[in-house]
Design a protein around this ligand. Structure first.
Ligand SMILES: [Ca+2]
Ligand SMILES: [Ca+2]
Ligand SMILES: [Ca+2]
Length: 423
């Protein structure tokens, strides 16, 4: 497997050169490190062989001339709100239009505000407000305080009116190691507890730490926590439906199991339930590529999977959902109200790349999710027999005017989608 590893390192080094905001040291993106090799299939499982492909589209830096490649539905207009932001990951929009942005590779938090209201965030409208937060990623606000989750720690800071933050202090600590999935996520729930997700350290095998590959529920003072749901390989994007308050999460399935196994999942997350990873996917399907010797209790894979939760909707394998937000604005047409938008960062091991897009989860008038369909596309394309991409979408947020914002963490861009009705 010498060639794929060299390809991965080349891609990672290319990736590390992006980002025009200076930072301490260029880090190789952990998700681009060589992945685990496919496992032998343990008898008596059916002898299925996966088509194992590494197809990482060539990374191109964003330049304005590439905007013409991006497609949005009729009536919508896309623009660039900010660029040169480095590893721009997750955003939180304040009621006054201030935006807190985490940068995972740089381990910091920025405050951005379009003070002159021209639709762009220029250099004078951005400032670093926290640093030395290793793997800073998910963030949320409650009662004048900003909470940010990094590698194994959740931090809390007091916010000032100008966006400045107090020196970070530890809110909760001792979470699982980062490993293969170092992007953590947090949101305050309707019940006043903090929900946090911590992905698996590996691709497709259970590990001893019971808080790994789970969603945790943490008491308001940070002192007590429980495993709320498990069998979630990497559910970074999650949130509560604005009307039903049902908790939805987007899970990333295992790598190296072929082009279409397992599908990416949208799950209804319920307390105490098991969502199947690493042994099962989708509608309680046993994953033929997972070593059954690891199943606790020495039951069969089928018996194990029968006791897990089915996904609610599936999406193209390896699309890699990052962030998701429900749309509560009034700028978009009424059928978008209470739908969700999700950033699929894009595949690196699928023959035809998946993801590299913002998708819409449609909820019907009964507030049930009915479909996941592409909303912003065009970041990935084939040219001269080679796959290329110029954007790896990550964070999603609703801006104060009801437009939709999303980040590209490769070139450090914040995009804005407005509904203009074709005008
Ligand atoms: Ca501005
Ligand atoms: Ca599952
Ligand atoms: Ca809808």
């Amino acid at each position: 497997m010498r060639t794929p590893i060299l390809t991965a390192l080349t891609a990672a080094l290319t990736f590390a050169s992006f980002g025009s905001i200076s930072s301490g040291s260029a880090q190789v993106a952990p998700s681009l490190l060589p992945a685990a090799q496919p496992r032998p299939i343990t008898p008596p499982e059916p002898a299925v062989s996966a088509t194992v492909t590494r197809n990482e589209p060539t990374a191109l830096e964003f330049t304005p001339d590439k905007l013409a490649r991006l497609k949005v539905p009729a009536g919508f207009t896309l623009s660039v709100m900010a660029s040169g932001l480095g590893n721009a990951r997750i955003m939180h929009v304040m009621p006054d239009g201030g935006i807190y942005l985490t940068r995972r590779q740089q381990g910091d938090v920025w405050y951005l505000k379009d003070v002159n209201n021209d639709g762009k965030i220029e250099a004078v409208e951005r400032k670093q407000v926290a640093q030395n937060i290793k793997l800073a990623h998910g963030l949320d606000v409650k009662e004048g305080k900003l909470y940010v989750v990094g590698e194994k720690t959740i931090w809390v800071m007091t916010m000032a009116k100008d966006g400045s933050l107090s020196v970070p202090r530890v809110f909760a600590d001792g979470f699982p190691d980062a490993g293969q999935h170092p992007a953590r996520s947090i949101h305050w729930g309707p019940d006043g507890f903090l929900y946090a997700t911590f992905g698996s350290t590996n691709n497709d095998a259970p590990t001893p730490n019971p808080e790994e590959a789970t969603m945790l529920r943490i008491s308001p003072n940070g002192q007590i926590r429980e495993v709320y749901a498990r069998g979630l390989r990497h559910t970074i994007g999650f949130g509560w439906h604005p009307v039903t308050k049902t908790l939805y999460g987007f899970d990333q399935g295992s790598d190296w199991h072929g082009d279409n196994i397992p599908p990416e999942e949208l799950n209804v997350i319920l307390r105490g339930k098991n969502y199947g990873w690493p042994f099962c996917y989708g509608d309680k399907q046993p994953d033929p590529y997972v070593n059954v010797g690891n199943i606790p209790g020495k039951i069969t894979k089928a018996e194990y999977c029968a006791g897990t939760q089915s996904s609610t909707l599936n999406y193209t394998a390896h699309a890699a959902a990052i962030d998701a937000k429900f749309y509560t604005g009034t700028q978009f047409p009424a059928e978008f109200r209470n739908d969700a938008f999700v950033a699929y960062r894009g595949s690196w091991n699928r023959t035809e790349p998946s993801g590299y897009e913002i998708a819409r989860v449609n909820f019907d008038t009964a507030n049930k999710p009915t479909s996941i369909t592409p909303f912003v596309t065009g970041f990935v394309f084939e040219e001269g027999g080679e796959w290329k991409q110029f954007g790896r979408v990550a964070g999603v947020a609703q801006y104060t005017d009801g437009s939709l914002l999303f980040t590209d963490d490769q070139s450090g861009v914040i995009y804005r989608v407005r509904y203009t009705g074709g005008n």
